[in-house]
Design a protein around this ligand. Structure first.
Ligand code: BG6
Length: 483
């Protein structure tokens, strides 16, 4: 475990990701007592900044969470943070970094250094920085941990190329590939829910489950970042990674133990049972102006090619060809510029045989990942009183009510804590990525190739393309009155 006297170097320290996620998460861990004051944090980037400039940049995003000593803690934290500027592909900044790390470790009397390098960087700089880390600041007599952020390639080929450049530099157990969805409380809860509850575990199969739906909805469009998004699209942005991770945890078999390799082995196994994505079993969309005209359509962004077929909404049908899931329809859907922001898993169970009660609704287990974490089960019960009819009610575990005194960490806080503890369970292994790219690359090539279909239009702020309802119905989803 990395505890006292750990040095943490944040590359890309002046960028957006570090400002919004990495530094606030490090501070959150410090505030809650998970990061020792003896640790040293060094920001590294190309821009010429002083320590103070960096402090000013990161300070507005450090949250005190109503801690009465909050502002004092911010000052203590900032004292741990310094800055070095330098190019990513040359020795100069790295020599300076090596000197600072050495003198810090000497001063603290550290014999086996713990060095954590966090690459909050665009992919074009990954390999250069990784190479310099290995050359100049790798902890020969201690331990090195390297955290990298997506995108891990653009398709199977580029992922493999990146992997072939990184793997000679670091062992797999030194690498922590972040998929921040794996740090979300409700995503981490999936294995606990599934394998910790007899009634769910027993019903978790094709005999009882009618269909599975995972949805990701964002209420905003690309808002000026269209040029960047145009190369990526929603499938690459959130489906190949975040949503597939969630689906894998939902469908894998029980691991032999819950240590990280056993869990990741099971994830890989179920991914191998996924059928190729059928190009005819998809619904794709691109948003246009909002109905009232106040919000721009995707193509109104000047940085986007006016003929772009970039997919900002997709619903994809999946099939898992194994004993547990054979024949169960699975739909993954994600969209930008929709009517709300929500990430949710919906498991619809098969109908009970009709008879005594007449038609009753399908049971549904809903796991709301965000906002407002909740788990609820739609179940049937007698309408109270003298009635003899049944009605749908909910067994409800809304976190804000049930767990109001708990600190629920941000995804990045949870993940950096895992890196400090050396726990890989919530990070993506190379073989998982390989297989997920294998699954998605043919679809992406088709959608970006000469025969690509045109995405359906939907209005900014709507529920997505009108065809969605039929798409879900054709995957056996039954819309109950309340749904
Ligand atoms: C990122 C995507 O990985 O995830 C963004 O690049 C997306 O486009 C974001 O908005 C969603 O993360 P969260 O935690 O806000 O749901």
């Amino acid at each position: 475990e990395f505890k006292e006297n750990t040095s943490i170097v944040v590359f890309g320290a002046s960028g957006d990701l570090s400002k919004k996620k990495t530094f606030p998460a490090l501070f959150g861990l410090f505030r809650e007592g998970y990061l020792d004051p003896s640790c040293k944090i060094i920001g590294f980037a190309r821009s010429k900044l002083s320590d103070k400039d960096l402090h000013e940049k990161i300070k507005p995003n450090l949250k005190t969470n109503n801690d009465e000593k909050g502002s004092e803690k911010i000052e203590q934290f900032l004292k741990m943070v310094s800055y070095i500027s330098g190019p990513y592909d040359k020795d100069e900044g790295f020599d300076k970094l090596a000197k600072e790390l050495d003198s810090y470790e000497k001063e603290q009397g550290v014999k086996n250094p713990h060095r954590l390098f966090y690459l909050a960087l665009p992919p074009s700089t990954f390999v250069a920085v990784a190479t310099q880390i290995k050359k100049k600041v790798y902890a020969e007599h201690g331990e090195t941990r390297v955290v990298v952020e997506k995108p891990f390639g653009h398709d199977l080929e580029s992922f493999r190329e990146l992997q072939s450049e990184l793997s000679p530099l670091f062992r797999e157990d030194e690498l922590f590939r972040i998929d921040h969805y794996l740090g979300k409380e409700m995503v981490k809860n999936l294995v606990f829910m599934r394998f910790g509850n007899t009634f769910l575990n027993a019903a978790w199969n094709k005999e009882n489950i009618q269909m599975i739906q995972i949805s990701f909805k964002e209420p905003f469009g690309t808002e000026g970042r269209g040029g960047y998004f145009d190369e990526i699209g929603i499938i690459r942005d959130v489906m190949q990674n975040h949503m597939l991770q969630v689906l894998t945890l939902l469908t894998m078999e029980r691991p032999v133990t819950f240590d990280s390799e056993a869990v990741r082995d099971e994830k890989v196994k179920v991914l191998k049972a996924f059928a190729p994505i059928d190009h005819n079993d998809i619904l794709i969309g691109q948003y246009g102006k909002s109905d009232d005209g106040s919000k721009p359509g995707y193509l109104d962004d000047d940085t986007v090619n006016p003929d772009s077929k970039c997919v900002t909404f997709a619903a994809l049908g999946f099939k898992i060809q194994n004993e547990r899931w054979d024949g169960v329809p699975i739909v993954m859907r994600a969209g930008k510029a929709l009517n709300e922001g929500k990430v949710e898993i919906r498991i619809q169970f098969k109908a009970v045989p009709s008879g005594v009660f007449g038609e009753v609704a399908h049971n549904e287990l809903v796991i709301r990942v965000q906002p407002d974490e909740a788990i609820y089960i739609k179940c049937n019960s007698k309408t109270p009183g003298l009635s003899t009819t049944s009605q749908v009610s909910e067994l409800d575990l809304t976190y804000a009510r049930r767990f109001k005194d708990f600190w629920i960490p941000e995804a990045y806080e949870a993940l950096i804590k895992d890196v400090l503890s050396g726990d890989h369970s919530n990070f993506v292994r190379d073989d998982e990525l390989d297989i997920s790219w294998k699954l998605f690359t043919p679809l992406l090539k088709y959608l970006e190739g000469p025969d690509a279909p045109k995405p359906e239009k939907y209005a900014y702020g709507s529920r997505g393309p009108a065809e969605l309802v039929d798409f879900l119905k054709s995957h056996d989803y039954v819309f109950e009155d309340s749904g």
